[in-house]
Write a protein that binds this ligand. Structure first.
Ligand SMILES: [Zn+2]
Length: 394
C-alpha cells in the first residue's frame, strides 16, 4: 500500500492513522481496524488502505439508499426548504453538460439509478444507460429502464465507443484502481465524448479523509495525472457548484487541455496536514467534553450521518445518549446504534446536551439554522476546525 494509485510513485508516507482501533464507512457502519491514509509527495493523491474483499463489499453489502425509490440524502436547507442530493446533482449536470438531442449517456456506478431517473424526467430524449457492479439495484432500474440499456459486473462489449457522455457520481473515490477505471470509461466514449465525475472534496468536507471505504481522495494534481493516463484531456475542475464536492470534466483527445491547478502542491500538502491534525485530536476532545457534563445527564447527537456516527464511536459510553436528531425526513423514524432518529422538534425537554455531528467547516451556521431550538438552553458540543477543535456553546 505504499505505491500511489495514480502516478505510481513508490513509498508513500502515512498522512494519518486513526488513534482508535475503529473505522467508519460512508454508510455509517463502525468496523474494527484502524483507518490509514497515505499521501503521495509527487501528485498529492491521498489514498486509504482498502477494506478487505472490496469487490464482494460492493456486490453484496454496499446497500445505499435502497429502502425506497425516493430515499435520498439531504443536501442543503435554504430558507427552510430542503434540497435533496439527487436533484441538485442532476440540475448541476444539466448546467455543465450541453447534451445534444438524443445523446447516448451512461451513468457508470449508478446504484439504484436515482440520478439517471431524474435526468430522464428532465430530458426524455436522452438514451440513458445504467451500469453498476451489483445486481441488487435491478428492481429499481426495472421501473424506468429496459434491460438492453443496462449492465452489471462486466461492461457489454457493444458499449465501446458508444457514448456522448459517461457520468459517475460519487464512484471514483471507492475504486481500488482509479486509472483503470478512468481508462474503461474513456474506452466507452465516442470520439469527442465527455467524462463527468462528481467526487468528494476532502478540503471542503474533512469526513472524506477518514471514511473507511473511500480509497481515493483526489487532489487537483492527481486528477490531472489520472486523466492524462486515461488518455483524456482534463477540461476543468469545479469546486463551487457542489458543497463538499468536486466536478471533473474531461474530453477525449480531440481537444487540448489547458487545465491548471488552482493552488500549488505545497499548499495542498499543508492543507492535508491540517486535516490529519484535526482528526488526530478530535476523539480525545469529544471525550473531554463528555467528562465535563454531569453524570447521567441525558444527551442527543445531532446528525445521523458520518459525523454523528463518528461522535458516537468516540464517546466513552452511549448510555446517556437518548437519540440522534436529523432534519432529513428519510432518516427520521429509523434508528442508529440502537438509538431512535428524531426530528429536532421532538427533542425531549430533559435533554440539554447536544453533540453536533456536522461538517466542522459549516457546523456552527447549520446548527444556528435549527429554528425550533433557538429558545432552548442547550449545551452544544460543536466540532470545530480551529485550534480549540471543540467549542461548547450555551
Ligand atoms: Zn502520486
Amino acid at each position: 500500500m505504499s505505491t500511489c494509485n495514480i502516478c505510481e510513485a513508490r513509498h508513500m508516507a502515512p498522512a494519518y492513522v486513526s488513534p482508535e482501533n475503529v473505522s467508519i464507512t460512508s454508510l455509517t457502519e463502525i468496523r474494527s481496524g484502524r483507518t490509514e491514509v497515505f499521501a503521495c509527495a509527487h501528485c498529492g493523491h491521498l489514498q486509504t488502505t482498502p477494506l478487505p474483499d472490496l469487490d464482494a463489499y460492493y456486490d453484496e453489502q454496499y446497500r445505499i439508499l435502497i429502502d425506497s425509490e425516493d430515499e435520498d440524502q439531504l443536501y442543503k436547507i435554504v430558507d427552510g426548504e430542503k434540497i435533496f442530493r439527487v436533484r441538485h446533482q442532476v440540475d448541476t449536470l444539466l448546467g455543465k453538460i450541453d447534451f445534444p438531442h438524443g445523446a447516448s449517456v451512461l451513468d457508470f456506478g449508478c446504484a439504484k439509478g436515482a440520478s439517471a431517473r431524474q435526468l430522464a424526467s428532465c430530458r426524455p430524449d436522452l438514451k440513458l444507460h445504467l451500469f453498476d457492479v451489483s445486481r441488487m439495484y435491478l428492481p429499481f432500474w426495472q421501473k424506468f429502464s429496459e434491460p438492453d440499456r443496462w449492465g452489471t459486473h462486466d461492461v457489454p462489449a457493444h458499449w465501446h465507443g458508444k457514448f456522448d457522455t459517461v457520468f459517475s457520481m460519487y464512484v471514483a473515490e471507492h475504486v481500488a484502481a482509479p486509472v483503470a477505471f478512468a481508462r474503461q470509461i474513456a474506452s466507452l466514449l465516442k470520439p469527442g465524448g465527455t467524462l463527468y465525475w462528481l467526487i468528494p472534496d476532502v478540503a471542503a468536507n474533512p469526513a472524506d479523509f477518514i471514511v473507511a471505504d473511500h480509497v481515493n481522495h483526489f487532489s487537483e494534481h492527481s486528477l490531472a495525472v489520472l486523466m492524462e493516463k486515461a488518455g483524456l484531456k482534463l477540461r476543468l475542475i469545479d469546486s463551487r457548484s457542489h458543497e463538499a464536492g468536486l466536478i471533473a470534466i474531461a474530453d477525449t483527445r480531440t481537444t487540448q487541455s489547458n487545465f491548471r491547478p488552482s493552488s500549488s502542491l505545497a499548499r495542498w500538502q499543508s492543507d492535508v496536514r491540517g486535516i490529519a491534525s484535526l482528526w488526530s485530536g478530535l476523539g480525545s476532545r469529544i471525550r473531554q467534553f463528555e467528562t465535563q457534563r454531569p453524570a447521567n445527564e441525558p444527551s442527543a447527537i445531532y446528525g445521523s450521518g458520518f459525523y454523528g456516527t463518528y461522535i458516537a464511536s468516540c464517546l466513552s459510553s452511549l448510555n446517556n445518549v437518548r437519540c440522534f436528531v436529523d432534519r432529513n425526513p428519510f432518516r427520521q423514524g429509523k434508528s442508529l446504534l440502537g438509538k431512535p432518529i428524531i426530528d429536532p422538534r421532538e427533542l425531549d425537554d430533559s435533554i440539554r446536551t447536544v453533540y453536533v455531528g456536522l461538517n466542522p467547516l459549516t457546523a456552527r451556521q447549520s446548527i444556528g439554522d435549527v429554528d425550533v431550538w433557538r429558545d432552548r438552553d442547550l449545551k452544544l458540543c460543536i466540532l470545530n476546525d480551529n485550534e480549540s477543535a471543540i467549542h461548547s456553546a450555551a
